[in-house]
Ligand binder design. Sequence first.
Ligand code: B1M
Length: 235
Amino acid sequence: MAEDDDEIILSELSDEDLVQQMMDDLYDGLRDEIEEGVNILLGRGWAPYDVLTRALVAGMTIVGHDFRDGILFVPEVLLAANAMKGGMAILKPLLAETGAPRMGKMVIGTVKGDIHDIGKNLVSMMMEGAGFEVIDLGINNAVEKYLEAIAREEADILGMSALLTTTMPYMKVVIDTMKEQGIRDDYIVLVGGAPLNEEFGRAIGADAYCRDAAVAVETAKDFIQRKHNQLAASQ
Ligand code: B1M
């Protein structure tokens, strides 16, 4: 078979062109190419966090816009998500390798009826990278699963993710059940996901809404620090 003259050799591209090519490859759901691109950037000394945000998250944002505008459909978006996961799997151990002291424990999951997990996975990775122990419950979690896990794991933080306007109200079901059981104040409750905002977080009784994974890490650190200060003051 004749060689394709136009074949792109990723390793020969400049950083800027490679990132652009990776966005195209993510859009096309090319997992092998994404994994190769991630490894090339890491090999060139890029910080794992920069690879994640500047190539993968930025690329997924474009996918999101075209999904919204009816240019991409579910099968294509699934392929893009799969490619993103390939890249994230390489970055995960590197982001976790900070040697940071254990900060606290978080149970996190996507709420019932919702199968979006890319953002949640990103939050998990970043939290682990910041020194938190993370118990990831996956997708489609009913209230019982959350409550059983936070009790079993003696978690400090409950994190919930929702990407659909139809599933985000379920976060209130979880928080209300915690209130009914008298355990609401035993945990820091953080919520996130594209359709949420601060006002929604306040309205459902969460401790905080986190716009993105970096904010989730900072917010979690902040609340854990406050918890430690309160404990110290009460002794
Ligand atoms: Co879905 N989908 N999807 N989808 N999907 C959205 C969410 C949508 C906005 C697309 C659109 O129309 N523009 C739209 C929702 C509209 C609405 O609710 N008003 C939508 C729809 C409609 C649907 C279906 C109903 C489509 C259908 O079947 N007709 C269906 C629903 C299935 C279900 O859940 N029951 C569906 C299915 C899918 C796929 C399976 C194809 C795929 C998911 C694959 C997967 O996750 N494994 C998918 C995808 C990929 C998307 C978009 C394109 C991208 C989401 C994503 O991964 N973003 C999305 C469009 C968009 O959001 N722009 C869309 C990248 C990720 C890094 O960002 O998840 O926001 P995000 O996470 C951020 C922050 O939000 C925050 O930090 C993360 C990292 O910075 N964060 C948290 C998230 N969770 C947090 C938890 C925390 C803290 C912070 O806890 C402490």
